[in-house]
Write a protein that binds this ligand. Structure first.
Ligand code: NAD
Ligand code: 89V
Length: 348
């Protein structure tokens, strides 16, 4: 396949989190990712993004696709619109990146993947936690074998940060902490320890002002034999709130690693302990505390651009993200049934 030198990107959805996608695409322009148009069904949001980033703006995706030649759509709308928007892209042979959660149901996710396959359209999910600088550093330590084979891990995302201010819809979701942030941590568990054989889950709703569960504790047996605990809450009341950082403890048969608040990595191996700050620098458009999440968008978008340009699948392709989505579904099923659950698989 001919390698593309430049890729014309269309942004669909110019809301709260899409601002980070827009800045990231602007930063990637010198590398060949060209933000060419933006679209939001809210004309004011579309105009604000178009003016800020100097590109044509539209309130309908069809109008944008008719007016501007695009190679790749970055869909940063909420999950209820992912299936119809991804279908519009696939039917035109246009590549698409879909924000997490992939879609509201397993059936919707499968339909998005199958539609892309039917039209030979490139498809990926913007699952960015694994692309953050600190998570890449952890992956490098594991890949080097520094702590040997991982046998046990705790992946912890515990905050009291007011997530509802920027994302008010979270208070109304029928499924919350596992679907919104557990999905990231479960993806990290796969990234570090491999696929999952079975899991159990307990959920809690600790905030009376919201509709769904805001706390989940998940225990998983990986096919490698490793055991992991994945935990997430929006209801923590701690002095040293690490939002939006994921804290890690991973024990191998040669040592261990701990990623603590402030993206500090402590590695113990052969009886020696090493410490280092492994987070990325603040960017001109990022700010604390969101910078950990924001810089992950830049690295994710670069990964997507480079893989698409080379005609290769993204690490978080639609197919791959089905495995993470299956863990989300299994966690809700396990919480409801009070029994361990084997995640479903997508057989093509
Ligand atoms: P938002 O509601 O602020 O923005 C969504 C935008 O999409 C709105 O402006 C809306 O008008 C627009 N939109 C909806 N349907 C459209 C359509 N058919 N055509 C064009 N525009 C349309 O939502 P948000 O908080 O920015 O979240 C968007 C997605 O990003 C969610 O799926 C959320 O889970 C995800 N998110 C991911 C991260 C992360 O990657 N770490 C962080 C926060 C949010
Ligand atoms: O990153 C996300 O997906 C956001 C969160 C509040 C978890 O940071 O929804």
């Amino acid at each position: 396949m001919q390698q593309r030198q430049t890729v014309a990107v269309g942004m669909v959805g110019c809301g709260f989190y899409a601002q980070n996608h827009l800045h990231a695409w602007a930063d990637l322009r010198p590398e060949g990712a060209i933000l060419a148009a933006v679209c939001d069904m809210d004309p004011e949001r579309a105009k604000a993004a178009g003016v800020k980033f100097g590109v044509p703006h539209f309130s309908r995706i069809e109008a944008m696709l008719e007016a501007v030649p695009l190679d790749l759509l970055d869909i940063a709308t909420r999950m209820d619109t992912h299936r119809p928007l991804a279908a519009i892209a696939a039917e035109r042979g246009i590549a698409a990146i879909v924000q997490k959660p992939f879609a509201p149901t397993w059936e919707d996710c499968i339909a998005i993947v199958e539609k892309a396959r039917q039209h030979n359209a490139w498809l990926a999910v913007h699952e960015n936690f694994r692309f953050s600088t600190s998570m890449r550093a952890v992956k490098k330590v594991l890949a080097q074998g520094t702590i040997g084979t991982p046998r046990w891990a705790r992946l912890s995302w515990r905050t009291g940060f007011d997530v509802y201010r920027g994302q008010p819809y979270l208070a109304e979701e029928e499924k919350l902490v596992i679907q919104d942030v557990g999905i990231h941590i479960l993806d990290l568990a796969r990234f570090f320890l491999g696929e999952v054989e079975r899991l159990s889950c307990e959920t809690q709703k600790r905030n009376p002002k919201i509709r769904a569960e805001d706390t989940a504790t998940i225990m998983m047996r990986h096919t490698s034999g490793a055991v992991s605990v994945v935990e997430a809450t929006y209801a923590a009341r701690r002095g040293d709130d690490p939002f939006p950082e994921t804290l890690l403890e991973i024990e191998g048969d040669e040592g261990s690693l701990i990623l603590s608040k402030g993206e500090k990595l402590t590695v113990t191996t052969q009886g020696l302990t090493f410490e280092d700050h492994v987070g990325g620098p603040l960017l001109h458009w990022t700010s604390r505390p969101w910078h950990v999440s924001q810089e992950a968008v830049l690295h994710t978008n670069r990964h997507m651009f480079e893989r698409f340009r080379l005609g290769l699948a993204a690490d978080t392709s639609g197919e791959d993200n089905l495995k993470t989505y299956a863990l989300v579904e299994a966690a809700y099923e396990a919480a409801a049934s009070h029994a361990s659950v084997k995640p479903r698989a997508h057989v093509t």
